[in-house]
Design a binder for this molecule. Structure first.
Ligand code: GTP
Ligand code: MG
Ligand code: ZN
Length: 303
């Protein structure tokens, strides 16, 4: 078959051995061409969000012939068995990471939000913070969410239940590829349903179901939406640090960036070194809580 007869598509879901690819001819269930499989063992071959070229086969099937270069990758890196590293790409070609936390049930966890923000910064994916369950807002919690606006982050205050903030969120996500991440029970699937009831995402039956450690959403899946794609993902409990090197962490905190290079030592880790511009700014330009997130990450207390 010649190149021109291949269909361009987007990978909506992967299961062992198969990729479900959205094309102009509908969703095709695809296997991956054998010769593609041997190419590169350090990264996943075909992942959620990949742009691919597919040879269509009868009965809604197809063969992935080519994976186009990934514009961005939301990935973590593991030490590989035989030395070196292996990349675990969770979603390719992601534009925005919508980081969802709730006003309560489960409680807002700023330290974990900071970790998500760092991972987004490090992966060059634009983070957007979603403070859900606004219908249960408490002033102190709302205030803690709003501090992130002062850092320059986009914050959406929403309620999947009463519809507050949903129109603004819809405008935010339209036309791009957005993954909803955050702990189990914060309302990621509920938000997707509020954005588009046709998505029909399974939602926890009772609001405390997540307390038993169950995840309602089990596999990450991409859905076409408003000229772009939305991904629902299972709640992530342990984020770890995804092997972000120590000396790249300060750059992932936007409030630290203007001060970098002003410390007495060039390789300052901003922990207990003298003449440190970062430590000097804690309490003024840098929120002590954010510095504490940074400190825990660098010292490895939270990995
Ligand atoms: N009060 C209130 N409850 C909400 C809101 N959004 C979701 N919920 C409830 O919170 C519970 C969890 O919602 P889900 O949408 O399943 O949460 P999730 O983040 O997708 O959870 P996982 O799939 O386990 O990661 C459900 O009982 C929802 O009805 C909201 O804005 N306000
Ligand atoms: Mg869910
Ligand atoms: Zn310093």
């Amino acid at each position: 078959m010649s190149e021109t007869e291949l269909l361009r598509g987007r990978v909506l879901k992967t299961t062992s051995g198969f990729a479900y690819v959205q094309t102009d001819d509908g969703v095709l269930t695809c296997k991956v061409r054998g010769r593609l499989k041997k190419k590169d063992r350090r990264t996943d071959l075909v992942v959620l969000g990949d742009e691919v070229e597919v040879q269509p086969l009868p009965e809604g099937e197809g063969l992935v012939e080519k994976v186009l270069p990934r514009r961005t990758r939301f990935s973590r890196v593991h030490p590989a068995r035989g030395g070196g590293h292996r990349e675990d790409v969770l979603i390719a070609n992601l534009d925005t990471l919508a980081i969802v936390f709730a006003h309560g049930d489960p409680p807002f966890h700023p330290r974990m939000l900071d970790r998500f923000l760092i991972v987004a910064e490090h992966n060059d994916v634009r983070p957007v913070i979603v403070a859900n369950k606004m219908d249960r807002a408490e002033p102190e919690v709302t205030e803690r969410f709003r501090r992130y606006r002062e850092l320059g982050y986009t914050l959406h205050e929403t309620s999947a239940t009463d519809g507050a903030g949903i129109d603004a969120l819809r405008e935010e996500v339209a036309g791009s590829t957005v993954a909803f991440v955050g702990p189990s029970g914060v309302g990621k699937s509920s938000l997707l349903n509020a954005l588009d009831p046709e998505l029909e995402q399974a939602v926890a039956q009772t609001s405390t179901a997540h307390g038993k450690g169950r995840h309602t959403t089990r596999v990450a899946t991409l859905f076409p939406f408003a000229g772009g794609y939305l991904a629902d993902t299972p709640g992530i409990r342990e984020l770890g640090l995804w092997q972000i090197p120590d000396d790249e962490l300060d750059r992932c905190f936007p409030e630290m960036r203007p001060l970098l290079g002003q410390c007495g030592f060039r390789n300052c880790k901003h922990l207990s070194e003298p003449r440190c511009a970062i430590q000097d700014a804690v309490g003024t330009r840098i929120d002590p809580e954010r510095y504490e997130s940074y400190r825990r990450l660098v010292t490895g207390e939270e990995r």
